[in-house]
Ligand binder design. Structure first.
Ligand code: GDD
Ligand code: MG
Length: 363
């Protein structure tokens, strides 16, 4: 912990099903997907620990037991982890209230709450400082994006006070959105009704604002990405590998490629763009792999061209195959000569013989 800082607590919301990332999330929850060589959450743990957070409460629902198997007591990450489980998903607000059972902070202490699928370069300590200085009920990290309708739209006044919270509105009034990192005054969490399905975005924040509570915005323009779609997941992994976002959990120095233990890349192959070659994965002669994530034991055949894609664990990509922007689940076999593009997703265990996928742009 940085000198002179008090011990802090955080709640990490990790109970979602990761539907938009299927088939990758069929067997593995989104926060555990291998990202730049480690489970995604390891990057958030490193960031939390660097900000002085010593105790993390994981709010789990979907495939809950896998989290403890992966992270244990948290000592390996310089943290103490408490696991709190929802028998039925309680929504983001219900999950935060439920996780409060694991907190130790007093009623006036700041508690950090993080969505479990966000990569961010913002300074959590500065956000907490603003929260304390303003004596706010909640302080929200805000970023500007080109497509605010996909997020929580958050207008503020000239002093930075949040004036409304409009979750996934078709008519956003600003490009400034909720970035998924909140600092709550502990007592505000305790006021959320227990044991109910509640959305913090659709109910708790709008209710606090209309009741006149001080909800502050902490705007920031550093790196930010929600990895909830396949394109964003690949982007996030590549950005971490290349060092566009520094992470204390990256295994090794940033570079154009991250090859994990036992990975074998033929000297005539070209692997670049922040690609991860998973443990025991192979890239054969003359293959070209750019900006992709190869899970453990994946195999890329000779002369194949792979870009912007996720290749599942144990999946075999045949000779000369072209993959562009696709997701292959675990243990898929793609016969030589296939060409798959444009967001195609293949469920685990499938075998693709020679398939002809034609697009109008090919004509
Ligand atoms: N424990 C628990 N229980 N966690 C949940 C539940 C639940 O019932 N529902 C969702 N979560 C977790 C997810 O695992 C994820 O880490 C986080 O809450 C946010 O859920 P997403 O499904 O990823 O939401 P989103 O990306 O559509 O929107 C949210 O994030 C945006 C920023 O990335 C909202 O907070 C938006 O307002 C925000 O702009
Ligand atoms: Mg999300």
């Amino acid at each position: 912990m940085p000198p002179g800082r008090e011990a802090l607590e955080a709640i990490l919301l990790v109970g979602g099903q990761g539907t938009r990332l299927r088939p990758l999330t069929i067997g593995t929850p989104k926060p555990l997907l291998p990202t730049a060589g480690v489970p995604f959450l390891a990057h958030q743990f490193a960031k939390a620990a660097a900000a002085g957070i010593t105790h993390v409460v994981l709010a789990t629902a979907y495939r809950a037991s896998m989290f403890a198997e992966c992270f244990g007591d948290g000592a390996a990450f310089g943290l103490e982890i408490t696991y709190v489980h929802e028998a039925e998903p309680l929504g983001t607000g219900g999950a935060i209230r439920n996780a409060a059972a694991g907190l130790r902070s007093g009623p006036d202490s700041p508690v950090v709450v993080l969505n479990g699928d966000v990569l961010s370069g913002h300074d959590i300590s500065a956000q907490i400082d603003l929260h304390r200085k303003s004596d706010a009920a909640v302080t929200l990290h805000l970023v500007e994006v080109a497509d605010p309708a996909r997020f929580g739209c958050v207008p503020t006044d000239a002093d930075g006070r949040v004036t409304a919270f409009l979750e996934k509105t078709p008519n956003p009034v600003t490009n400034r959105i909720n970035a998924g990192c909140y600092v709550f005054r502990r007592s505000v969490i305790d006021e959320i009704p227990p044991g109910q399905v509640i959305s913090v975005e659709r109910v708790t924040f709008p209710d606090l604002i209309s009741a006149g509570a001080l909800v502050m915005g902490y705007p920031d323009s550093s790196y930010w990405l929600d990895v909830g779609t396949p394109e964003a997941f690949v982007q996030g992994s590549c950005d971490l590998v290349r060092g566009r976002l520094a992470s204390g959990a990256l295994p090794g120095a940033p570079g154009d490629l991250l090859a994990l233990e036992g990975a074998a890349v033929d000297p005539s192959a070209q692997v670049c763009g922040g690609t991860v070659v998973g443990a025991g994965a192979r890239v054969a002669a003359d293959a070209y792999v750019s900006g992709s994530v190869l899970f453990d034991a994946a195999s890329i055949g000779a002369g194949a061209r792979v870009s912007g894609s996720v290749i599942g664990r144990g999946t075999v990509v045949g000779e000369g195959v072209v993959l562009d922007g696709v997701v292959l689940g675990d243990e898929v076999h793609v016969a030589p000569g296939n060409e798959l593009r444009s967001g195609l997703r293949v469920w685990p265990g499938q075998t693709l013989g020679l398939t002809c996928v034609r697009f109008s742009s090919d004509a």
